[in-house]
Ligand binder design. Structure first.
Ligand code: COA
Length: 217
């Protein structure tokens, strides 16, 4: 059974990406069965894109032992990790495939490593010798230069530009249009504000905004 965790606007975009990837395979379309949301979310419509929306406890109780293929379509690194741990606690028999939009331009010669559950949206250019770890999300229209590592659960929002030899820690959130100059390392759990330009290593976790990016929290 195939499911999505999340049912927000972002989840709709990832579902569109899922369909684009399926169409590119030129095989019969294999649709997902549920959008699963956390129990504290109010379900305003029980159908999204004609697919059932269901609370996680209802789903977990109904399908205790099922082989699951799951996509975590949630933008926040923190919440994505919580969902991942919840799913694994419930059922070890889960496969988290990556999703890569057919439009992505990248070195397809084994030079890009893409971890489980990673999602790479339309319009990205990812050059060469790049590691995109588990559950990293790269939203639309980013560029990633050579020899970059993005550790697990990090998010690049639309239009981020990552120069060569950059090392992004785990669970880092880069807001829309953020720019990271070459050879920079960014500490785990850091938030980079929309439009910021990071010009120096960030070794202290916090929130950084502006040009050049400065810590505000
Ligand atoms: C940096 C950020 C995380 C801060 O969020 P926050 O802690 O809730 O901060 P606030 O919205 O309360 O703003 C605090 C101050 O910083 C300013 N500010 C907020 N984000 C800013 C940014 N990216 N660049 C410059 N200034 C910013 C606000 O104008 C406000 O200024 P003020 O005190 O003079 O009024 C957030 O604004 C941001 O940039 N998020 C990225 C969102 C995004 O790109 N989402 C992608 C969706 S696909």
């Amino acid at each position: 059974m195939k499911v999505f965790f999340g049912a927000s606007g972002f989840a709709k975009e990832i579902y569109w990406l899922y369909k684009r990837q399926q169409q590119a395979k030129q095989q019969p379309f294999d649709d997902i069965e549920y959008f699963i949301v956390s129990d504290d979310e109010i379900i305003s419509s029980h159908l999204l894109k004609d697919i059932k929306v269901i609370h996680e406890s209802v789903f977990f109780n109904k399908f205790k032992k099922v082989d699951l293929i799951a996509y975590i379509a949630i933008g926040s690194p923190e919440i994505r990790k919580v969902i991942f741990n919840k799913v694994l606690n419930w059922n070890n028999n889960v496969n988290f495939p990556s999703l890569v939009d057919p439009s992505v331009i990248m070195d397809n010669d084994g030079a890009i490593k893409i971890g489980q559950g990673a999602i790479i949206c339309a319009g990205n250019i990812i050059t060469t010798d790049i590691i995109i770890d588990d559950f990293v999300h790269i939203n639309i229209d980013c560029t990633i230069g050579h020899d970059v590592k993005i550790a697990s659960f990090s998010t690049l929002s639309p239009g981020c530009h990552i120069s060569g030899n950059v090392n992004i820690g785990h669970s880092v959130f880069c807001g829309t249009g953020a720019v990271i100059l070459e050879e920079i390392s960014i500490a785990n759990n850091t938030i980079i504000g929309a439009g910021a330009v990071v010009t120096k290593d960030i070794s202290v976790t916090g929130t950084y905004i502006g040009i050049p990016a400065k810590r505000v929290k």
